[in-house]
Design a protein around this ligand. Structure first.
Ligand code: IMP
Length: 199
């Protein structure tokens, strides 16, 4: 059983693969389909972008497709970078550039006011036009320096309250157990009864 995942983000794909493999579903990345043109992510919400990404690939392949739109919302930054998390430091920005900007913007913010959350909306879209949506959230705070070199994106700067480690210092399974993405995937798995749809 396999399902196309509309993402070019290797970190996301690795986490999604790991969870879906545990229930016998193979997650195929877009690298298996170099001819596919990804959607332009011009929506203003995670849900809108997730749907755009999934539907663009459904239309080109005629197969069911899963897309993840996610990001980091920081209270002291009034919810930024939010849906613009991937390009916070500019179009095509690297994770290091985004993390550096986050550290700079958060430098004047006091301990105790550094709350943040990762949000994820997944869209599972079918060739008949139907889409199902699943959401997850992970609360924590922003560190004052990067910690660890695992994970991807803002993981080295994000710590779950009460933990001494950043998300870049925990295993992929531990992250999937608590994360915004893991929660959305668990919902998907328990709501989709007929996985044979993915063949
Ligand atoms: P998009 O969903 O492709 O627009 O990009 C989401 C961006 O949010 C990523 O490029 C990361 O910068 C950030 N992000 C989303 N989920 C995570 C996560 O689990 N860890 C760290 N950063 C994340």
């Amino acid at each position: 059983m396999s399902l196309i995942v509309a993402t070019q983000n290797k970190g996301k794909l690795k986490e999604i693969r790991r969870v879906l493999a545990s229930v016998g579903i193979e997650a195929e990345g877009m690298d298996n389909y170099p001819e596919l043109i990804p959607a332009i992510e011009d929506g203003t919400t995670f849900k809108e972008n997730a749907q755009k990404k999934a539907q663009a690939i459904v239309q080109q392949t005629g197969k069911p497709c899963l897309a993840d739109d996610s990001g980091l919302t920081v209270e002291a930054l009034h919810g930024r970078p939010g849906v613009y998390s991937a390009r916070y430091a500019g179009e095509g920005a690297t994770d290091s550039e985004n993390n550096l900007l986050l550290l700079t913007e958060m430098a004047p913010i006091a301990d105790g006011q550094r709350q943040a959350a990762f949000c994820c909306v997944m869209a599972l879209c079918y060739p008949n036009g139907e889409c199902l949506f699943f959401e997850g959230r992970l609360e924590g705070h922003i560190l004052r320096a990067e910690q660890g070199d695992g994970g991807f994106g803002y993981d080295p700067l994000f710590q779950v309250d009460g933990d001494q480690r950043s998300l870049a210092q925990i295993s992929i399974d531990e992250k999937n157990n608590i994360s915004h993405r893991g929660k959305a995937l668990k919902q998907m798995i328990s709501n989709v009864n007929d996985c044979s749809d993915f063949n």
